[in-house]
Design a protein around this ligand. Structure first.
Ligand code: JXD
Ligand code: MG
Length: 282
């Protein structure tokens, strides 16, 4: 059974402060925040260097995914300061991270899944690897930060854990924004796998193997309910913010463009059926 160490209740209780009642992954439009922590050990403390918010609409059978750049300058809810969004996790764990993301986007975060390097590699290996489009050949540090240990070749590749981790971590050949696109590509592949019938028996194995290296408020029955998407899942739309580089007192930040923030917030709220789509312009 899936028990255990991976399950975590949020301080807020059963539902988001941005909702009136509890929702369910199998029957309601919901959001899931995927967090990748830059650590290996089981305490799951550290910076959330990978942040992807996915919204799922079962009425349409559609998914949207937004990467939140880790250097985005936002209000850290509970501290009242402007800081990089990935610092919320170091200050106040997943609770502060969710409060901060909700306040920034004005969108409820219903579920979360937090993993570290160890869990990421175990999940990818349990799924038999992940097929991605590698844009250029590169050599990177491995999961223990040993230099030059991992080489990934350009082209369509099925990457196992170590290589897949290098693929979602590497940024020095392009940028943090570009690796955010790679993170969405990997999550998309995992979502498609998770929706397919053959992987259902693997949920238990995956959840057991990751143990202390993953925390989530998704239950096993939530994951099983996710199969309601298996027939209909054709479009997974990828969303990205527009923004500018901004250095303040020598510290680099990403400044999300306000119009872009408002537009994406509205699109996610419409997808979650929290508001009506604006009438088409004729
Ligand atoms: C050292 C030096 C020096 C210091 C500092 C790094 C450099 C320096 C030398 C060595 C201290 C450092 C750079 C983290 C980057 C990330 C996070 C990735 C984390 C993950 C992967 C997550 C990916 C996803 C997540 C989503 C998936 C899930 C799974 C659950 C989903 C399922 C599907 C089913 C779902 C449903 C049905 C709903 C099961 C949640 C896609 C865990 C992006 C340097 C690099 C790489 N050190 N790093 O080297 O350190 O370098 O080289 O010797 O002492 O000064 O300057 O900066 O760090 O950018 O990246 O390393 O990695 O922290 O911060 O360039 P960085 P880093
Ligand atoms: Mg880091």
């Amino acid at each position: 059974t899936v028990t255990s160490n991976t399950q975590l209740e949020l301080e807020r209780g059963s539902h988001s402060e941005y909702r009136e009642e509890e929702v369910s992954l199998s029957s309601d439009p919901v959001s899931v925040l995927f967090l990748g922590i830059d650590s290996r050990d089981s305490n799951l403390r550290g910076l959330s260097d990978a942040m992807v918010l996915a919204t799922f609409n079962p009425n349409e059978g559609t998914v949207k995914m937004l990467n939140i750049p880790r250097d985005s300058r936002v209000e850290i809810v509970g501290r009242g300061t402007q800081d990089k969004i990935n610092h919320a996790h170091a200050f106040g764990g997943v609770d502060m991270t969710i409060d901060t993301v909700e306040n920034f986007l004005q969108v409820p975060v219903d579920y979360f899944a937090t993993i570290n390097f160890t869990a990421f590699m175990e999940i990818i290996d349990a799924f038999g690897g992940v097929e991605v489009e590698v844009p250029f050949s590169f050599t990177e540090i491995d999961s223990e930060d040993n230099q030059g240990e991992i080489t990934v070749e350009e082209g369509t590749q099925n990457l196992m854990g170590e290589e897949a981790l290098a693929f979602v971590r590497t940024r020095r050949f392009d940028s943090d924004l570009a690796r955010g696109e790679r993170q969405k590509e990997v999550i998309e592949a995992l979502i498609r796998e998770a929706a397919s019938l053959s992987s259902i028996t693997r949920y238990g194995d995956v959840m057991d193997s990751v143990e202390d290296h993953m925390k989530t408020n998704l239950s096993f029955s939530d994951l099983v309910g996710f199969h309601s998407y298996s027939d209909s899942l054709d479009t997974i739309e990828s969303l990205s913010f527009k923004g500018t580089d901004n250095t303040i007192d020598g510290v680099y930040y990403y400044q999300v463009n306000e119009d872009s923030l408002a537009e994406i917030s509205t699109r996610l709220r419409v997808h979650l059926e929290l508001e009506e789509a604006a009438a088409e312009q004729s």
